[in-house]
Ligand binder design. Sequence first.
Ligand code: AMP
Length: 224
Amino acid sequence: MNILIFGPNGSGKGTQGAILKEKYGMDHIESGAIFRSHIKGGTELGKKAKAYIDRGDLVPDDITIPMVLETLAKSKDKGWLLDGFPRSLAQAEALDKALESSGMRLDYVVEIVLERKIARDRIMGRRLCVNDNNHPNHIAIDAIRPAEKDGKLVCRVCGGELSTRADDQDEAAINKRHDIYYDDKTGTMAAVDYFKKKGNVKVISVDGSVPIQEVTGLILKQLA
Ligand code: AMP
């Protein structure tokens, strides 16, 4: 099964993606995480992408599109859940074309709908676990508040160390990422509309403002 998952930064898309990956045994491909691992590894691609990411800008398509398509091809047999791509109408069109020519089929599009202000507040408070970025930890949401050990906040799932992402604490970078997401002319909302209008793939839209388990329930109910 191949799925695209959409949602503004802060909508819980990564958390839901990790749950779906576990349930269906598919690969969870996160474009942002691939970039961060390139930056950490000091690769040429990472060096080129870093300045864009720090500002909250999109990394140019000539870097991003081939990187994502190569990763998808490796997961052809297992199936994939793609998170963070496409982020623009142009990327949606490129993906659609590439899937057609590679014989891969898109089965579902999952869209997590969340108001911009709620998404922004959620980003600032989220904390990332060193062992798994998708272990949910948030300093302002009771249900997923980090645990405490020796007076320090640690991951509520595994006790791992917590950190923040620089682009999550920078209001200008958050605003830019959301400008891109909520842009329904050429941005990410336009990419979602592209698949809605195409009509040959089931689009599952769920309310992202309810607790994590409820969002999961809403998605699973329709992923039959
Ligand atoms: P994320 O982890 O999804 O918030 O992505 C972090 C950053 O990686 C984004 O702000 C962009 O700079 C870059 N990025 C991730 N996915 C894409 C994409 N599909 N196109 C261009 N840049 C991307």
